[in-house]
Design a protein around this ligand. Structure first.
Ligand SMILES: Nc1ncnc2c1ncn2[C@@H]1O[C@H](COP(=O)(O)OP(=O)(O)OP(=O)(O)O)[C@@H](O)[C@H]1O
Ligand SMILES: [Mg+2]
Length: 387
């Protein structure tokens, strides 16, 4: 179905290394966060949420391109590398969390102005200088392929699931875990916090995790059990997981915005938002507020996408609930909440279902490079494993 979307400005991703500043740029599907909310999306949500009988019947995963995490270089151009910028301006940028040129080059001008208090002209010239310094330009497909071949992945703990999703959870993009309650979304998030710390040879990134807990379901006890099952020193594992409880959607948005600095300072390779949409759903319930909700959610998701662009070795994992499609006469009536905005943002959507006892089923729902398929895994005291 044709959809109304406003024009998107393109932003570019950082793609060069400090030592070899090759001219390169990737095709970029990211919008700048100023995108208007899709009217069809809101209409559909109104119909679903208010349980009206009529349904648009639109599938929420069609006609959208994906955000592709191409870049693997770990880059750290400091904001101090910017030519011709005074100390006061530098301080404003740093205080607002714009410590790297990537952050400046990839954030909409309006956002930088709001965050730093800098004027329009100054901000525009800083962005331009950042992009010039980073030499953002095209790359050829073989260069993209070369990078993708070496794209690091985080093991889920189940070989079957890893195989299903092409080797593990990819960095640079958003992986969405959705499913009914107790299907294992939070358990997988916990397991990834442990696994991201593993050596690269064992499916980790030797990195740390940042866990934004919106439902109060984070449990260090589980990290201890999962660490011990892998023979890891749980005290060290716990120290390398940064946890914060988000109390409202507004707080959640702020935490993600502010994480930009923590990610580089603390060497974070995994950011989790568990769950992404629950606050938004509980706070914006009436028909009149759905457009606002989708607008805010859209901006929030773009903040997350931007993190993946700025930090190419950052995996972004979010959980989502399901909603029964009222007019589904056959097949599984469940589908993820969040409408088109969420469908558009996720690089990989994974649907979780309950199996027998400790068994769970992971189903690839929407991926740019993977066939649809499923794998059975287990949740035990030791964590995520093979059935
Ligand atoms: N210590 C443990 N030992 C074995 N299994 C466990 C343990 N802790 C949790 N589980 C399993 O994980 C399930 C809970 O999964 P999880 O909390 O990940 O659900 P969820 O998909 O996040 O649900 P929700 O939508 O309610 O947040 C439990 O029902 C149980 O089967
Ligand atoms: Mg949960």
């Amino acid at each position: 179905m044709a959809k109304k979307k406003t024009t998107k400005k393109k932003t570019s991703k950082k793609t060069t290394t400090k030592s070899t500043k090759k001219d390169e740029m990737e095709p970029d599907n990211e919008s700048d966060g100023e995108e208007m909310v899709d009217e069809e999306d809101v209409k559909e949500l109104v119909e679903e949420e208010l349980k009206e009988e009529k349904h648009t019947g639109m599938e929420n995963t069609q006609n959208f391109s994906k955000i592709s995490p191409f870049v693997v270089d770990s880059l750290n151009y400091d904001v101090k590398d910017l030519p011709g910028v005074g100390a006061a301006t530098l301080k404003k940028l740093e205080d607002a969390g714009y410590g790297t040129l990537q952050a400046i080059a990839m954030t909409p001008q309006k956002t930088i102005m709001e965050d730093t208090g800098l004027g329009e002209k100054t901000t525009a010239s800083i962005i331009q200088a950042a992009r010039e310094t980073l030499q953002l330009t095209y790359v050829t497909a073989d260069q993209v392929w070369e990078r993708r071949k070496h794209l690091p992945k985080i093991t889920t703990g189940s070989d079957k699931v890893d195989e299903l999703i092409g080797g593990g959870i990819e960095v640079g993009g958003i992986t969405e875990l959705f499913g009914e309650y107790r299907t294992g979304k939070t358990q997988i998030c916990h397991q990834l916090c442990v696994n991201v710390q593993l050596p690269r040879s064992e499916g980790g990134l030797e990195g740390r995790a940042l866990y934004i807990d919106t439902e109060g379901t984070f449990r260090p006890e589980r990290l201890i059990q999962m660490s011990e099952a892998k023979g890891l020193d749980y005290k060290k594992v716990l120290k390398d997981v940064f946890v914060i409880r988000a109390h409202t959607s507004e707080h959640q948005v702020l935490l993600v915005k502010n994480s930009i600095d923590t990610i580089s300072k603390e060497k974070i390779n995994l950011i989790i938002v568990d769950s992404l949409i629950s606050h938004f759903r509980s706070e914006y319930i009436s028909r009149g507020t759905l457009a606002t909700r989708q607008q805010l959610l859209n901006q929030h998701i773009h903040d997350l996408i931007r993190l993946g662009n700025i930090y190419p070795e950052l995996a972004i994992v979010v959980t989502n609930q399901v909603q029964a499609k009222p007019d589904a006469f056959f097949g599984d009536p469940n589908r993820p909440t969040g409408g088109h905005i969420m469908a558009h943002a996720s690089t990989l959507r994974l649907y979780l279902r309950k199996g027998k006892a400790e068994q769970r089923i992971m189903i690839v729902k929407d991926a740019p490079h993977l066939p649809e398929g499923e794998a059975v895994f287990t949740i035990t005291e030791d964590g995520i494993g093979d059935a």
